[in-house]
Design a protein around this ligand. Sequence first.
Ligand code: COA
Length: 295
Amino acid sequence: MYNTPMLKDGSLKDKVIVVTGGGTGLGRAMGSYFLKLGAKLVISSRKIDVLRKAADEMVAENGSEVLPVQCDVRNYDEVENMLKQAVKHFGKVDVLLNNAAGNFICPTERLSNRAFDTVIDIVLKGTSNCTLAFGKHWIATKQTNSTILNIVTTYSWTGSSFVVPSAAAKAGVLAITRSLAVEWAKYGIRSNAIAPGPFPTKGAWDRLLPGNIKDKFELEKNVPLKRVGEMQELANIAAYLVSDYSAYVNGEVITIDGGEWLKGAGQMNFLESLTQENWDELQKIMMQKKNESSE
Ligand code: COA
């Protein structure tokens, strides 16, 4: 059931969608579903070989067209070139999915200033570079009905230990999302975000939980729904947010994490570990106290 595609065939017909970091992981999963729904795709990353292989496989699986473009989102010139290639090939771009990211776990005091910069550069500057280039283009060409979709995380608003550069950068991306939802609405540009919880992919999870650290933590345990996410569930939300069905959704961030972040937030959530017997016992004590105070 979790793997059931949500939207009608043809929901993204003729939309041209640029997915940064689109050759692997979550970007590829979302892109593949967009293709199935009739979109044309541009996928970008630093590694052209990976992109070309992914593009061939995606076309073989889903049909339609995929243009691989090498682009390090940290460099504005390369971003402008990606936009130029996309417009040259497809005539227009309708959607920018800022998905490219970089992250690793590390106690903050062990980070070099360059390490901090690297993550900020990929996540925050990469997103601002793409957003600026595509936004300026849409505004200059008076194209309306354009959409920016950003991938953030639930620690964009809570912060998180051991991924501080990423938390700072993702908080910035969320601020860009909400700010431009208002500022660029007059140009017909919508801005939304998705905050995914645990959706294990090789690239991200080997970095975030390297070595045997994976075996030490059962990720599912921190999720009230007791499971990790399926790619199709994320792809469904992404496809909805870039489709015209969400035409009135602007400035929203949709969390899809099985309730994970709220479990960490609710002050009394630790009571989850109590058994039915513990609760029977506690209720007995509470009722006794109540009766005593009313006597
Ligand atoms: N812990 C501490 N410092 C680290 C690190 C780690 N795990 N990985 C890299 N660094 C430091 C490097 O030592 C270097 O700093 P220094 O010059 O002071 O030594 C700095 O970060 C840049 O590293 P470098 O490998 O040159 O950067 P890069 O641009 O080639 O790679 C990364 C960027 C580090 C984010 C790399 O992991 C990457 O390319 N990831 C891509 C995809 C990704 O992370 N996906 C997951 C998304 S959740």
